[in-house]
Design a protein around this ligand. Structure first.
Ligand code: NAP
Ligand code: COA
Length: 263
């Protein structure tokens, strides 16, 4: 049962960059269910069109690469032209793969930083004069790698750490008119990210051991956090990163094994 009442986002316009699959599509669908007019974008136009159909009547599915400032700016201008000034902008596009630094070319590192960090800069920088001000809400989708060093994740650790700081700086610079926050999901069941980062049972066990709540997260749970941050319930919340991870970051696996031993 959702804590949010139907129609809570009525009259709002939401744009979700990287909203054509997985967690971000779940956020877009929830915004639409609660009354917002919604647009999503990804690189693949067919995937974007299918996502729009899944979100529901009136949703826009656009094609743009967040690494290309002109393309993402044009997509957001189209959203403003067809749906109106944006109240909510989510930057969730990401790329990831497991690789040690010595198995990563300079272009491999750059590719992930370009999509995650520079892409988030492009989305947020490009949306500002297309927002409905005051009161707009921007949300970056970050990850635990921003604060925890994780082997085989140098690119994502660096990129997501940069995103967390960008969120804080923008909250300061745009404070009176725009709220800027992040959501840091833990391992979310049935997603591309999980498939890539926990490809076998031993890696899954390592991730699972970190989770205080002893279950994987659901896309819908991340979506509820996004609704909270986009709603008036969070009207005094800015510059924060909301962990939606079942407590994955409050201890480490060694600590948990010790606790188990003492119990
Ligand atoms: P996903 O299904 O692969 O979603 C990625 C989305 O971004 C897709 O819509 C993809 O569409 C789009 N995208 C990728 N590169 C793009 C680019 N250059 N320009 C524009 N769009 C691009 O991933 P997910 O697992 O749901 O993850 C979603 C977000 O949650 C990411 O920010 C990820 O870091 C974060 N996260 C996920 C988990 C998890 O457990 N899955 C945990 C922590 C954080 P196209 O391929 O068509 O471009
Ligand atoms: N290990 C090491 N290097 C890798 C790699 C891997 N598993 N996968 C890709 N790379 C390297 C490529 O070899 C290339 O480097 P090079 O030019 O020196 O050879 C570089 O990364 C870019 O790869 P490319 O396939 O050209 O990039 P792309 O822009 O087409 O795709 C990716 C971006 C690689 C991030 C791709 O995995 C993607 O599109 N991901 C989106 C979905 C996703 O990752 N979802 C999970 C989000 S948590």
């Amino acid at each position: 049962m959702s804590p949010f009442r139907d129609g809570i986002l009525e009259g709002k316009v939401a744009f979700v960059a990287g909203g054509t699959s997985g967690i971000n599509l779940g956020i877009a669908k929830r915004y639409a269910q609660l009354g917002a007019k919604v647009a999503v974008c990804g690189r693949n136009p067919e995937k974007a069109a299918n996502a729009a159909t899944e979100i529901g009547e009136g949703a826009l599915g656009l094609s743009a690469d967040v690494r290309d400032y002109g393309a993402i700016r044009a997509a957001m201008e189209e959203v403003r032209g067809r749906l109106g000034p944006m109240d909510i902008v989510v930057s969730g596009a990401a790329g990831n793969f497991l690789a040690p630094v010595l198995g990563m070319s300079a272009n491999a590192f750059k590719t992930v930083v370009d999509i995650d960090l520079n892409g988030t800069f492009n989305v947020f920088r490009g949306c500002h004069d297309l927002l409905n001000l005051p009161g707009a809400s921007l949300i970056a989708i970050t990850a635990g790698q921003a604060v925890n060093a994780v082997q085989l994740q140098a690119h994502a650790c660096a990129a997501k750490a940069g995103i967390n700081q960008l969120v804080r700086v923008l909250a300061l610079e745009w404070g009176p008119d725009v709220r800027v926050n992040g959501i840091s999901p833990g391992p979310i069941e049935g997603t591309e990210g999980m498939a890539r980062l926990a490809p076998d049972s031993s890696t899954k066990t390592k991730h699972f051991d970190r989770i205080a709540m002893k279950r994987w997260g659901y896309i819908e749970e991340v979506a509820e956090c996004a609704v909270f941050l986009s709603s008036d319930a969070a009207k005094y919340v800015t510059g924060t990163i909301l962990d939606c991870d079942g407590g994955s970051q409050v201890g480490d696996a060694t600590q948990r094994s010790l606790e188990k031993g003492l119990a």
